[in-house]
Design a protein around this ligand. Structure first.
Ligand SMILES: NC(=O)c1ccc[n+]([C@@H]2O[C@H](COP(=O)([O-])OP(=O)(O)OC[C@H]3O[C@@H](n4cnc5c(N)ncnc54)[C@H](OP(=O)(O)O)[C@@H]3O)[C@@H](O)[C@H]2O)c1
Length: 244
């Protein structure tokens, strides 16, 4: 039987690239997202290109109460679960409007924790599986331009580190992915330096390799590991004076 990947956030640009990469490697794919019409188009495309089984299902990260039934309705349980949904939001708006702030925290952190707790318990019982969380380099240091988003991603990275620690003895692999800039609809309003900006396809290939090699933490592009190391080394005394 073929391996199966569940992509939570199947309509995201990185999620779509991940679906293509895993399908090309002959994984069956389950795509979960809010927009079922868009998922149907992706489903047909993947099936034609890769001749694997592709199923689609509705998933809303903020609807915590639905997560248990969502996961347990999957008739065949996945071998790999990738949590890729996320929301950049607007930092200035989030500073003024709690519902905008809450949406960022819920989508990038509490929604992910709610569904991954359920997945983790299943994988722990089965003593197998891989959980991939798409966090961000934004979680490595708080900056004035996006610290609400960054703090939710920081919390998600710490959650994944703890989950990895818990799951090690259960033979479950947990991978934290920290992308730098990626050219997607999330960042289309931003001008990012070309040399530091990955395509969704590059990110997906890096993730696939890291799953295969059972890596713990992946920076993609790799140069971001060095950049974030340097940024973390700057003292708070200096950092607070910088416009970041
Ligand atoms: N692009 C970057 O530069 C970058 C850098 C670092 C990390 N990341 C992370 O990479 C991941 C993918 O981002 P992307 O760039 O591919 O973004 P994207 O194309 O804008 O996709 C974001 C996805 O999240 C989904 N989503 C938002 N709120 C949701 C909710 N409440 N329930 C379910 N799904 C929800 C959206 O679904 P709808 O279509 O239904 O809204 C959409 O599919 C995110 O976690 C992001 O934070 C991105």
């Amino acid at each position: 039987m073929r391996s199966r990947v569940l992509i939570l956030g199947g309509t995201s640009d990185i999620g779509l690239a991940l679906a293509r990469t895993f399908a090309a490697e002959k994984y069956d794919v389950v795509l979960a997202a809010r927009n079922l019409a868009q998922l149907q188009i992706i489903q047909a495309d993947l099936q034609i290109r890769h001749q694997v089984e592709v199923s689609i299902t509705y998933f809303e990260a903020a609807d915590f109460d639905s997560h248990f039934d969502f996961y347990h309705a999957l008739t065949i349980k996945p071998d790999v679960v990738i949590c890729v949904f996320g929301h950049l939001g607007s930092q200035p708006r989030a500073e003024l409007d709690w519902s905008a702030c809450d949406e960022i925290i819920t989508t990038n952190y509490t929604g992910a924790v709610s569904i991954l707790n359920i997945v983790a318990n299943d994988f722990a019982n089965r003593k197998r599986g891989t959980i991939v969380g798409i966090s961000s380099v934004a979680g490595d240091r708080g900056r004035q331009s996006n610290y609400i988003y960054g703090s939710a991603k920081a919390a998600f990275s710490v959650y994944l580190a703890g989950l990895r620690n818990r799951m090690f003895s259960k033979q479950v692999h947990v991978l934290t992915v920290k992308p730098g800039f990626v050219k997607t609809k999330m960042t289309e309003h931003l001008t990012t330096p070309a040399l530091l900006t990955a395509s969704p396809g590059q990110v997906a290939k890096d993730v696939f390799k890291a799953v295969r090699k059972k890596k713990d933490v992946l920076y993609t592009l790799g140069i971001w590991r060095l950049i974030m190391f340097i940024i973390r080394m700057i003292t708070e005394g200096m950092f607070k004076r910088m416009k970041m």
